[in-house]
Write a protein that binds this ligand. Sequence first.
Ligand SMILES: Cc1ncc(COP(=O)(O)O)c(C=O)c1O
Length: 396
Amino acid sequence: MKKTSFAFFGATPSFEKPLPVGQLYFPSWERYSAAFEGIFKRQFYTNNGPLLDELEEKLQGFLEVKHAICVSNATFGLMMVADAMGLSGKVILPAFTFVASAHSLSWSGLEPVFCDVNLDTHQMDINQVAALIDEDVSAIMGVNLWGGACNPKALSELASSKGVQLYFDSAHAFGCTVDAVPVGNFGRAEVFSFHATKILNATEGGCISTNDDDLAARLRSIRPTYGKESPVTIARVANARMSEAQAAIALMSLEDFPANQKNNANLYRLYEEQLETIPGLKLIRPTGVSFSNSQYLVCQVNEREFGLSRDLLIDILKAENVIARRYFYPGLHRTIPYDSALPQYLDRLPNTDSLCTACIQLPIGALVLAEDIECICDILRRAQECAAMFRPRHEK
Ligand SMILES: Cc1ncc(COP(=O)(O)O)c(C=O)c1O
């Protein structure tokens, strides 16, 4: 194979436009404009409008929870939950997650306690969580990764046996179930992201689900607006409202969820078939769920077996306009401010460190067609065949 067959060396990229990793499922222009015409006619743009009410009711039905409280984004949702639950001291969470999981704690003056994750599932290591609980820990934040779950039942048992609170960052797990129970029903509360890159999309947005009436009342009062319920006394309010424009898009996205999940599951199967034939690329299947939203396509690159490092592979794909991502990198224990404020974690999380250099996210979602997957896997195969061509001269 010639160097000139790769965009990395100057050939024409395989894709005309960048193919992103995110979901980007949007309604047709006709449905969008009809929904927005309604908003303009009603002249009700925000502050608990009729679309937000409808969305929250529908989410409650979909998630089978008592309360779905929509917010401006999941980051704010996590901050509100930490505040409303009255957490203090330290909260255990994995370092292998998005920065917002930990920073939501900083906003409430809470200190993260980082646990490692399981190398095969990427979910938090429950034995380590158990070992990390001490008198300063007030809660565990379970993080359900990659359309999978971090064993919420075992975490619930652990949390109640140790007398600490439990809640979940479920930004990746909307529409998933654990033994037929929808994610959203575990711990005191769960937080979903409705960012455009997620399978349920409000452009920006999120939702807190809880079966706890008192917590729901506090969250609604922190958000505000209160809606149908009466406000309760809380120490401080925020503004994490979801507008009617966001609610309109989320409603259409909720209606489309079964079709979008099915599309993702089909794309996932195509990747599965193709990746099986590429040594050194291990597909990480969502674990711990009876049903997954198939929102992420995550692989681990074994550099020795594949022949190229994860980062070089990302550059090769990028040149072809395939925007693969090294999600998550670096581990949170190696980011500001934790690297210097909490240096004790730097040598304690070997699995997180190893995954941060090996994981790659490939595109899946609305913009990806079946033939794109063939093309992406063909690039991967060809890159592997020609690995020596890409490596810096001294490495060959
Ligand atoms: C695990 C996790 N938690 C929280 C968030 C934050 O979500 P949002 O962008 O809605 O604030 C993300 C975003 O991707 C995430 O991946």
